[in-house]
Design a protein around this ligand. Structure first.
Ligand code: ATR
Length: 275
């Protein structure tokens, strides 16, 4: 029987994961089936169990189920526990569910792909929601000189950074606490979705700085449109999407796919709105 995988979300129609994993499977000669499944908002756990019952071996989990996935796992990876979220489910040999998160490593791998060194650098992360919580551990593991987290709701940034203080130099606060320049500025807010720009100073970027938006789209996000003229080199979240998928694929199949061709195909498909 073909090993089955899927991505769960709600909505899920526009997910690019079936395309990405289909390409990975083709490239690495793995015979798998990967589909997109919309779970009911109040029925994620049942949807997962039903999938396992019909031969599901693993799944990706996206909005809004990463917390539900976290809650149902029998075993969690260390990084999933820190992130408080699961984006990759794996059925163990004994039928138990193992949960991991590959979002943070996806970001770090994407930065490495673009040869953005993090060691000794000053990093600003904008936002303090689930997406940011998921990336702080892998970012701190790269030994930046400092990670600063700013958020519209200052207390959320303070609380979040307290949870990671044992892993490196990290502090959080409101936008009014911002000072100095940064080598890498990562937008992890959902503000781009509503066309909003976080209130950041014009003088934010150090020489040769990078601006990274965890969102992506056919056009540069409003944050990247703002950062470009202020001297930053620009990256969006498409590479992170492909790299987190590659890490999930590796966890399931123990084979590491090449991400470069899939990045190219996805970028082209965005231009022509194909997928
Ligand atoms: P996600 O899982 O995508 O991180 P989330 O947990 O709802 O979603 O977090 C959304 C993040 O975007 C938060 O940091 C939020 O700021 P608040 O904590 O102050 O709500 C931020 N955000 C959303 N819309 C924003 C806007 N228009 N301006 C600034 N920050 C915004």
């Amino acid at each position: 029987m073909t090993d089955r995988y899927c991505v769960f979300g709600n909505p899920i129609k526009h997910s690019k994961s079936p395309f990405i994993h289909g390409e990975f499977a083709h490239q690495t000669h793995q015979t798998i089936e990967y589909t997109a499944q919309q779970a009911p908002l109040d029925g994620f756990a049942n949807a997962w169990r039903a999938f396992v019952d019909v031969g599901g071996r693993g799944a990706n989990v996206t909005v809004p189920f990463k917390g539900d996935a976290f809650a149902l796992c029998d075993t969690l990876s260390h990084r999933a526990r820190r992130a408080g979220a699961v984006n990759t489910l794996i059925v163990g040999g004994n039928g138990r569910t193992y949960g991991d998160t590959t979002d943070g490593i996806g970001l770090v791998r994407d930065l490495a792909y673009h040869r953005v060194a993090l060691i000794g650098k000053r990093i600003l992360v904008v936002g303090a929601g689930g997406a940011v919580r998921g990336v702080l551990e892998p970012l701190l593991a790269e030994q930046p000189s400092e990670v600063v987290v700013v958020n519209r709701t200052a207390e959320k940034a303070e609380q979040l950074t307290d949870d990671f203080a044992d892993l490196g130099t990290i502090r959080g606060g409101g936008f009014d606490t911002l000072s100095g320049q940064f080598d890498i500025v990562i937008n992890g807010t959902s503000a781009s979705l509503s066309g909003d720009l976080p209130p950041l100073p014009d003088t934010l970027f150090a020489a040769n700085a990078w601006a990274y938006d965890m969102m992506y789209g056919p056009e540069p996000t409003i944050f990247l449109q703002w950062a470009g003229p202020r001297g930053a080199k620009l990256l969006d979240g498409l590479g992170m999407l492909v790299e987190q998928a590659a890490e999930s694929f590796f966890l399931w199949r123990n084979v590491r796919p090449e991400t470069a061709p899939v990045r190219e195909m996805l970028r082209k498909s965005l231009e022509f709105d194909e997928l």
